[in-house]
Design a protein around this ligand. Structure first.
Ligand code: CO
Length: 215
């Protein structure tokens, strides 16, 4: 690591110190209160993309949102990492809302569509290709790559919402009549705005309705 890089890293520590001071200036008990417990209402499942930071785009403070991020916000039925986050959020933290948030222009979605080889990540992107196959006719009918990518970004969110809903964790929560809603949102990097996709599920009955509408 050269001197320049070392100075850049030091900036992070300086920023951190200033941020922590700013928080305690506003609320002297902020960190002592937070260190005792977290009671977030939301679980955010989003893309790892550095331009879509969960807390910042919804302007929530530490303690308010539990977060899981991976490339292209994918929820795989056998991904222990994501499932563990889901279980902890639902069963221990008792979150009320699970938000799957994709974003337009997602690099992972783009890579799944471009037909090129990208290495190991292609195994992960296979999950997006599965989504593409479900909506191939609709997506291929669009005139530009940008439009095709953006529609697949939306369809990917909808399918990942369904995967969350079908998990044993969410199914069990609904069996226990827990107040738990799963949402599908998409974020636009171009203007910083979120949009709710027409997918909001809070019971097994609604999940069945969602599937019947798709057919
Ligand atoms: Co992305």
């Amino acid at each position: 690591m050269n001197q320049f890089q070392r100075r850049k890293l030091k900036v992070l520590f300086d920023n951190n110190e200033a941020w922590a001071k700013g928080m305690t200036d506003k609320n002297p008990d902020f960190f002592t209160h937070l260190s005792k417990q977290q009671t977030p209402d939301y679980l955010w499942i989003g893309c790892s993309d550095s331009r879509v930071p969960a807390n910042q785009v919804v302007d929530l403070e530490p303690g308010e949102v539990f977060v899981h991020r991976n490339i292209a916000n994918i929820v795989v039925h056998s991904d222990l990492n994501c499932l563990s986050v889901l279980q902890f959020a639902v069963e221990v933290l008792n979150v009320k809302h699970i938000i799957v948030c994709g974003h337009y222009g997602c690099g992972g979605v783009k890579a799944a569509l471009d037909g090129c080889k990208h290495g190991l990540i292609d195994n992960w992107l296979g999950h997006i290709k599965d989504v593409y196959r479900l909506y191939k006719t609709e997506i291929d009918a669009l005139s530009t790559e940008e439009k095709r990518v953006d529609l697949l970004c939306e369809k990917n969110v909808i399918e990942q919402v369904a995967n969350v809903c079908h998990s044993t964790i969410v199914q069990d929560a609904w069996n226990e009549k827990k107040d738990l809603t799963v949402h599908g949102w998409i974020y636009s990097i171009n203007n910083g705005l979120l949009k709710a996709l027409d997918t909001e599920v809070s019971s097994k009955g609604m999940l069945r309705l969602m599937h019947s509408l798709k057919k």
